[in-house]
Design a protein around this ligand. Structure first.
Ligand code: BTN
Length: 334
């Protein structure tokens, strides 16, 4: 039955096919057609739907191919130990295991799906099969622990530049680790740091990019604040090309960081940031801080000038929608 459905779309060669026609040709109800399309989406097919025109097949399931990835990664330093897993709890766990087994800097793990993808602050990362980029890689930078957060900012710059270059979308960075398009999150970064006697022994850097997910496929609770590259650009993203673009950017910035330090990365981050130069309301463990976001420090802290003029350095928190401009007095609560 699915083969027949797919054949209908293939015959339409990328044009819309009405729900009514599909229902007639398959001899099933329109609701049953809709359910089958949802099922195919879970397998990695990408459709567009229109209440007027019906459904259009945008792309079939695409697998990440190791040889194609290796060609894209050539010369970046990330082409020597690449694994592509079909499904894993979290690529972070797989990379931690590789690290314990002696994997070098540059080892890289991808998965087509994650059953327990994780984000910052213990949140889950939505990881449907074949529709996103879920990857973790090992870094062994020679930095003191206090400067470890710089890596998240460096990765954010590489990611933002790669998304802009590859898709043309107007991606920006929301402090500390989100990439937004049109104010909605399309990608996140999670850097986990391993210590040895207070020094950074290694980092496992995880990047999730929501590539080819349609709005209707997102879990309802994510819909208001999440988007995908497909939704933002109207086109499916070729994941291998985007991976290549990311590591090309990352390799350049990492080399620059090693020679010139954090200052040039900070300038690039500030230029791409949607958090700076405006009012912010930031939820921290101590309460909400409101004020003007003025910059970031070398430790990756966000510098906020509160409404009473005091400067606050925030090391972690969630930036909410811009706070209304101050009428005087402190906006800090809690
Ligand atoms: C965040 O936005 O809070 C960070 C999200 C990081 C998600 C990626 S997906 C690949 C890697 N594996 C995980 O379990 N998490 C990261």
């Amino acid at each position: 039955m699915n083969e027949k459905l797919i054949r209908c779309f293939e015959e339409a060669a990328g044009e819309y096919v009405s729900g009514e026609r599909l229902s007639r040709e398959l001899g099933i109800s329109r609701t049953a057609v809709w359910k089958r399309i949802r099922k195919l989406e879970e397998e990695g097919y990408v459709f567009q739907s229109s209440t007027r025109l019906g459904y259009r097949l945008v792309s079939g399931p695409q697998r990440l191919r190791v040889d194609a990835l290796l060609a894209r990664l050539s010369g970046t330093g990330f082409e020597h130990a690449v694994q592509v897993l079909e499904s894993v709890d979290s690529t972070q766990n797989a990379a931690h295991e590789a690290l314990l087994a002696g994997a070098p800097e540059g080892a890289l793990v991808f998965a087509e799906a994650q059953t327990e993808g994780r984000g910052r602050l213990g949140r889950a990362w939505y990881s449907p099969p074949g529709k996103g980029i879920y990857m973790s890689f090992i870094l062994k930078p020679d930095v003191p622990l206090a400067l470890a957060p710089q890596m998240t900012l460096l990765i954010a710059v590489a990611l933002c530049r790669a998304i802009r270059k590859e898709t043309g979308a107007d991606a920006t960075i929301k402090w500390p680790n989100d990439i937004l398009i049109g104010g909605r999150k399309v990608s996140g970064i999670l850097v986990e740091t391993m210590l040895e006697a207070d020094a950074v022994k290694a980092m496992v850097a995880g990047v999730g990019i929501t590539a080819n997910v349609r709005e209707e496929e997102f879990p309802e609770e994510l819909r208001p604040r999440a988007t995908s590259l497909l939704e933002a650009t109207g086109r499916p993203t070729e994941r291998e090309a985007l991976v290549g673009a990311f590591f090309e950017q990352f390799a350049q910035l990492y080399a620059l960081y090693k020679t010139d330090g954090f200052a040039p990365i900070r300038s690039l981050w500030e230029a791409l940031s949607s958090t700076l130069h405006g009012r912010v309301a930031i939820t921290t463990a101590q309460g909400v801080v409101t004020g003007a976001a003025e910059g970031i420090t070398d430790e990756g802290a966000l510098v906020v000038r509160e409404d009473d003029g005091r400067l606050r350095k925030l090391y972690s928190g969630d930036v909410a929608a811009p706070a209304p401009s101050s009428g005087g007095g402190s906006g800090r609560t809690g």
